[in-house]
Design a protein around this ligand. Structure first.
Ligand code: GLV
Length: 420
């Protein structure tokens, strides 16, 4: 970790590996690293810091968490085969997504209601994402107005994740606001017509929107304000009813089907002047083919981190299937279960071009706000940069299937690994 390493000359992004040195040296300057970034320890600290409701919402999965377990176990199935004596002094973690040159193939996954993890909600997260030059995805269930998040993200690359209301005027309004606020892609999530059955949340009546928290993105929308007025709901006097009315537009039981997608693509393209459109939540090869057929610019292979369908296929296994089938026809992104650089590397090797990370930064946000998000994500960047250095990889473009030795699918679920 020589701070004068020649690697700097070869990079278009900061030499993230130096963050290791900064932390290891800290005690000499009377400083301590913010906290331990080990994912299991992050979970523990976040649980200590959050209210019971905050912790349950962040950590809950559908049913018996079997999809979550499967997500983690699929990573164990693949092992990286490191390469030696590669000139990694010439390495760089840089990546490109939809015309944005970014620090690494890592994005902030869209996660709603950040106010239950931190009083400022999405704002510090969007700020740190810009600072690190990683794309930030804002959820329709976000707890800050779209405009405020855009402002906090400044010149950072940002995408808007849409939960599509069954009210076209409202959808158009959300997309227009996103475009006007500098969001440069629309990512439609299709796996959450309603939330999965999550035992802890149900058992404790844990749903922020029903208790006056988190509806700010909707309450600041001009079309939604008209809807509230027409329904006779005053959000100041009746915040619980207003929150429920908002979230009922977003994810309460009403499915969309493929027929609606051309309308949405057309509408977003018109509003945005042709910016990219992707579908998130794809697990089946058939669905991936449908996305290609309909002209989507990308897909996010995701099972919502195991929060929706219990007992489902691991997202990483789905990625492998989908990349084999349509990897040369559509831009494939990945999320669900990422806990470190090795996981990112494996997803890229299996065909993802970009990877989104969720719970890790949510835990950082919960533990120490803006500082926590920064520490987790800088740590992840350092982890990836060091991985490149020690595994013999110079750049993202070199990562392919030949880096992995993979064991067959199957095997039983190991309960003891459920914590991470
Ligand atoms: C919403 O996206 C959730 O998983 O709670």
């Amino acid at each position: 970790m020589d701070p004068n390493s020649e690697n700097k000359k070869h990079r278009t992004t900061p030499e993230w590996a130096q963050y290791q040195r900064e932390n290891l040296w800290a005690a000499n300057e009377g400083k301590v690293p913010p906290f331990n970034t080990d994912p299991g320890k992050l979970e523990e600290r976040a649980q200590e810091k959050l209210t019971e409701g905050g912790w349950f919402y962040a950590s809950s999965n559908a049913g018996q968490s079997e999809t979550h377990l499967a997500n983690r176990q699929a990573f164990y199935r693949h092992k990286i085969v490191p390469r030696m004596l590669v000139d990694t002094n010439k390495r760089d973690t840089a990546a490109e997504i939809w015309g944005h040159k970014v620090s690494a193939p890592i994005g902030f996954a869209p996660i709603g209601i950040n106010k239950i993890y931190n009083k400022d909600g999405e704002l510090p997260v969007a700020k740190v994402a810009a600072e690190l030059n990683l794309p930030y995805a804002l959820s329709t269930a976000g707890s800050q107005p779209i405009e405020a998040v855009g402002k906090a993200n400044g010149n950072g690359p940002r995408f808007f994740q849409l939960y599509m209301p069954h009210d076209d005027e409202l959808t158009i309004s959300l997309l227009q606001r996103a475009h006007d606020s500098g969001f440069t892609a629309c990512i439609l999530t299709v796996d959450t017509w309603q939330l999965g059955w999550r035992h802890n949340d149900v058992a404790t009546s844990d749903y922020a929107f029903y208790y006056g928290v988190g509806a700010d993105l909707g309450l600041s929308d001009p079309v939604f304000k008209k809807r509230l007025a027409a329904a006779g709901i005053d959000p100041v006097k009746n915040p619980n009813e207003a929150g429920a009315f908002w979230i009922d537009q977003v994810w309460h039981g009403r499915a969309w089907s493929w027929e609606k997608i051309p309308w949405l693509i057309r509408t977003w393209k018109e509003i945005s002047g042709g910016k990219p459109f992707a579908i998130k939540g794809v697990q089946s090869v058939l669905d991936a083919k449908k996305c290609v057929e309909l002209g989507c610019d990308g897909i996010v292979v995701s099972n919502h981190a195991g929060r929706q369908v219990d007992g489902a296929i691991a997202s990483l296994d789905a990625l492998e299937n989908i990349a084999n089938a349509v990897g040369d026809k559509i831009y494939i992104m990945y999320d669900s279960g990422i806990r470190g650089a090795a996981d990112i590397f494996k997803a890229l090797a299996l065909g993802a071009k970009f990877v989104f990370v969720g719970r890790l930064w949510v835990y950082g946000l919960s533990i120490m706000g803006e500082t926590g998000v920064r520490h987790v994500m800088k740590g992840l960047l350092a982890d990836l940069d060091i991985m490149f250095n020690v595994a013999g990889c110079q750049n993202v473009g070199q990562i392919d299937r030949t880096w992995l030795e993979s064991h067959p699918k199957g095997g039983s679920l190991l309960r003891e690994r459920s914590k991470i």
